[in-house]
Write a protein that binds this ligand. Structure first.
Ligand code: PGA
Length: 245
């Protein structure tokens, strides 16, 4: 696992955006794994600023809330349409997001892994990290080989995401999330953390064991994983633990 320190969120975004641009240059039909939340936003802004276009690429979202009405502006489909599909010219039918309004969310979750496999698997997967060490909506305690499935969100995660809604009561209680086993099959993982509230989780990721108590620790056993940090997110790490980017 490589750990890179960048100056600020914008520099972190530029670094990851460059990797995505290279992947798309090499293979315009590349399959990207896209994340939502505050952490990856600088990546999408940087790609748009650089004029990167994804007309032949495919993107798979990490997760989606269960139970929001279709078209809700904070559904991850709507967020990814705003941040990725429209600005970067991704074809609408190649943005894949689990359907959180499906009549049978369990069947929808199972079908999602099959769709990723049919597309040839994810090449480069973007990730954020939760304050509790979650990735996607795999909360602590998720087995390391889980498939895409329906999960219940922790109170802490719902509180963290309340900023996107009118309050915590409006944050859905369940989601469909790619599993840790699903995420680990992506050929390359890039995790971004830019804020100090992630520093404890980042330290546990860097120093602690691989454990389902810290779902992000699957990066430690992945053959091509990079963690991109700002000084705030790297608070408490010492210099020999990261490379300057
Ligand atoms: P954030 O969330 O990027 O909005 O901080 C990341 C996560 O919880 O996975």
């Amino acid at each position: 696992m490589r750990i890179l320190l960048t100056a600020d969120p914008s520099a972190a975004g530029d670094l990851v955006a460059r990797e995505i641009a290279r992947a798309v240059d090499r293979d315009p039909a590349t399959v990207l794994g896209v994340a939502t939340g505050g952490s990856p936003e600088p990546v999408y802004r940087s790609l748009a600023r650089a004029g990167v276009r994804l007309p032949h690429a495919t993107a798979f979202a990490l997760d989606e809330y269960v139970g929001l009405p279709p078209g809700h502006p904070e559904s991850y489909r709507a967020v990814l349409q705003r941040l990725v599909q429209l600005p970067l010219g991704l074809a609408a039918d190649r943005l894949h997001v689990p359907d959180g309004a499906a009549a049978d969310p369990d069947a929808e979750a199972a079908a999602y892994d099959a769709r990723i496999d049919e597309a040839g698997g994810v090449g480069l997967q973007l990730l954020g990290i939760g304050r509790n060490g979650h990735i996607a909506f795999n909360e602590p305690g998720s087995a390391l080989d889980t498939p895409t499935r329906v999960v219940r969100l922790t109170e802490d995660t719902r509180r963290a995401n309340a900023r996107f809604f009118t309050g915590i009561d409006d944050v859905p209680e369940r989601a469909i999330t790619q599993g840790l086993g699903t995420i680990a099959r992506a050929r390359r993982l890039m995790l971004i953390a830019t804020t100090e509230d992630k520093a404890d989780a980042v330290r546990a990721l860097v120093r602690g064991p691989v454990t389902s108590d810290l779902p992000a620790s699957i990066l430690r056993i992945h053959p091509d994983a990079t963690v991109v940090l700002t000084p705030e997110a790297a608070t408490g790490l010492s210099e020999e633990e990261f490379e300057a980017a």
